[in-house]
Design a protein around this ligand. Structure first.
Ligand SMILES: Cc1ncc(COP(=O)(O)O)c(C=O)c1O
Length: 355
């Protein structure tokens, strides 16, 4: 090893853009991270207490992971052999990049910045293809760019724009990129109309990433999963993933919540209906532009400067994700759909800032 390699590596890594974690503002209405607050805190707490009574923390997790696979199989309708879990979908992305990421990736922009940051960390060059002003994806341009890369990332529904791309469009992209790995990040799919999970189980070059962090209200438990063909899922489970990626407590909590998936589905329905209501109210406001969302958040162009919006929302104790100018849209924010009360507070605040 060359002398000074460590200093050189640290210097290179230190210069990379890192993922900026959201700030915790005590007592604030938290609409910045797309968590599911329509799911009652008491519900999650009681599942967690039951899980804590059940598990023996002295032992490594063994049966608990099998139990999770069986429940995820039931929930998604996918054979459990095609499912592999990780400590959040973030960790699965990380492992895929470090093992089968290749040398070059193609993404569209704007999208989930974590993916791009991690490619840079692993020395994977990133081609970017901009979405249109209405956040549509130009298939031909995207495929052309993807043809000279090894890996393709498609976030659908996309963070931060909220829209899910058409099923046929994505399937066509996957089919025209035989031999390239296509990762479709479906972190928000439980709020959308279709999933490509079944297609992933049948194809050789498609992996779908999903998570319990959003709809299932378990962002703090760190449980994500991927769906791929049986061979790839098997290799991921046996060799790529570490033996005990998820704590026994998180696994037991995840199983407890999945056993009550019917209750979770009711909160998903309420978020979807609130999404329509919030969007309609915002669309009626002068200067505000909203965009179709298939996720549990809205992308909103306020037209105001970031200082004005953050001051108005900050003084009302509301935190949203400030995006600035995106694809030519000014004063953009991404706001999570919360409970009807949280949403009303947000709407009143925006209405107040405009009056
Ligand atoms: C598109 C997307 N993918 C993945 C994640 C991370 O999910 P997890 O909590 O499962 O790591 C997020 C979280 O914000 C996300 O927005």
């Amino acid at each position: 090893m060359k002398k000074g390699w460590l200093e050189g590596s640290i210097k290179r890594i230190g210069k990379l853009e890192s993922y900026v974690r959201p700030e915790k503002v005590q007592g604030a209405i938290k609409l910045d991270s797309n968590e599911n607050f329509a799911l009652d805190a008491g519900f999650i707490k009681s599942v967690a207490e039951e899980a804590a009574r059940k598990v023996d923390l002295r032992e490594y997790p063994l049966d608990e992971l099998d139990q999770l696979y069986s429940q995820l199989g039931q929930y998604t309708g996918i054979e459990e052999d095609c499912i592999a879990a990780g400590s959040g979908s973030d960790q699965i992305i990380e492992l895929l990049l470090s093992t089968v990421g290749g040398k070059r990736a193609t993404v569209f922009t704007p999208t989930f910045s974590y993916f791009v940051n991690r490619c840079e960390l692993h020395g994977i060059k990133v081609n970017t293809v901009p979405l249109s002003r209405n956040f549509e994806l130009a298939t031909r341009e995207f495929v052309r760019s993807a043809k000279n890369s090894d890996l393709v990332y498609i976030c659908s529904p996309n963070n931060p724009t909220g829209n899910q791309f058409g099923r046929q469009q994505i399937v066509d992209i996957v089919d025209s990129l035989d031999g390239k790995l296509v990762l479709v990040d479906e972190a928000y799919v439980d709020f959308a109309d279709y999933s490509l999970s079944r297609d992933a189980a049948r194809r050789s070059n498609l992996i779908v990433l999903r998570t319990l962090s959003k709809a299932f209200g378990l962002a703090g438990a760190r449980v994500g999963y991927m769906i791929a063909n049986r061979q790839f899922a098997g290799v991921f489970r046996s060799t790529i993933q570490s033996p005990y990626p998820i704590s026994v407590l998180s696994l037991a909590i995840a199983s407890g919540v999945l056993a009550r998936a019917e209750h979770v589905k009711k909160t998903i329905d309420s978020v979807r209906s609130e999404r329509g209501r919030v969007m309609e109210r915002l669309s009626g406001l002068n200067g505000i532009k909203t965009f179709r969302s298939d996720a549990n958040f809205l992308f909103v162009e306020t037209g105001m400067s970031s200082g004005v919006i953050s001051k108005a929302l900050g003084s009302a104790g509301i935190v949203v994700k400030q995006l600035g100018t995106v694809s030519g849209h000014r004063g953009c924010i991404r706001v999570t759909i919360g409970t009807p009360e949280m949403n009303d507070r947000f709407l009143q605040c925006v209405e107040g800032a405009l009056s």
